[in-house]
Design a binder for this molecule. Sequence first.
Ligand SMILES: NC(=O)c1ccc[n+]([C@@H]2O[C@H](COP(=O)([O-])OP(=O)(O)OC[C@H]3O[C@@H](n4cnc5c(N)ncnc54)[C@H](OP(=O)(O)O)[C@@H]3O)[C@@H](O)[C@H]2O)c1
Length: 316
Amino acid sequence: MNDSSVVERTVVVTGATSGLGRAAAAQLVREPGVTVVVAARDAARGERAAAELTRAAAARASGRAIPLPLDLASLDSVRAFPAALDGARLPPLHALVANAGIQYTDRRHTTADGFEATFATNHLGHFLLIRLLLDRLAVDGRVVLVSSRTHKPQRLRNGGFPPPRWADARTLATPGEGSGQVAYSTSKLANAMTALELTRRIETLRPGAHIAVHALDPGLMPVTGLARDYPPLAQRLYLRAAPLLSALIPGATTAERSGAQLARMTLDPSFAAPPQGPRNGRYVELTRDGEPSAQARDPRLAAELWRDSEALVGLA
Ligand SMILES: NC(=O)c1ccc[n+]([C@@H]2O[C@H](COP(=O)([O-])OP(=O)(O)OC[C@H]3O[C@@H](n4cnc5c(N)ncnc54)[C@H](OP(=O)(O)O)[C@@H]3O)[C@@H](O)[C@H]2O)c1
């Protein structure tokens, strides 16, 4: 039976094969009329996740998930994504959830484009994807970026995680010496900056479309795949320490809980942009409105990041 009150819409989720993105996608497909695009770098993992998500949704006669190829570490792959999305002939695009992320222990990993892999995947790939999909977003659409508390200079509160070391985007995109964890926290600062800068620019980029832009700090979720690129010993130590970290660090949580929040920020009317919603450019910590760091809020730094990122991804 066709329910004419159901709004058919599409949500693209990066990183929906695992952890937070997978948990958010599981919530999103429960909504009637929602098609979740599992934008995945590995075809088999993407297909498996989409099939499992659809099966779970079918039990509730609600949404569905389909896989599409996307490797955020390759600008060519990101450039090919919009055409693949158009070719899939899905309902109108309601939202892009920029969630995928990686974390190495060093900065020597290089993408096919020659960039440092963490900055390239977590920031540059998403920056280009957002820019390419912005025109396709329906009126009242949304962009939700996943950042992290590690973007704030609060090593103690972050359980010893090293704070970001900001530099211009060209420097950050250059592989070399140094800590992969610093590259990670710095990339998460770039995510928070991008969310705020996109909020500043959204009315110019999509006049009158009321596109909502928000960022989420999902909290520490020790039991996801984020440590998969650690060397084996470091990975074993991390997984051992994970339960302790969960107990000791304020704000530690689960992918399911933070995934539910990410899904709310994607669909719930309370996160619509004005005039329908309360306010644009929200930064949510777990489930509460918070404030990004002073560096993330600096409009000059964010404008520089925007300009330099455009040049690096070939938009300028
Ligand atoms: N875990 C935490 O405590 C924590 C805390 C704060 C913020 N976060 C943020 O939460 C987000 C999700 O992380 P998670 O903890 O859920 O980690 P996760 O379980 O490792 O999930 C990461 C996802 O990103 C995908 N991905 C990685 N590289 C990609 C690429 N080049 N192209 C496309 N997709 C790619 C992975 O796909 P594959 O299946 O192919 O690997 C996977 O689906 C990240 O942005 C992370 O920074 C996590």
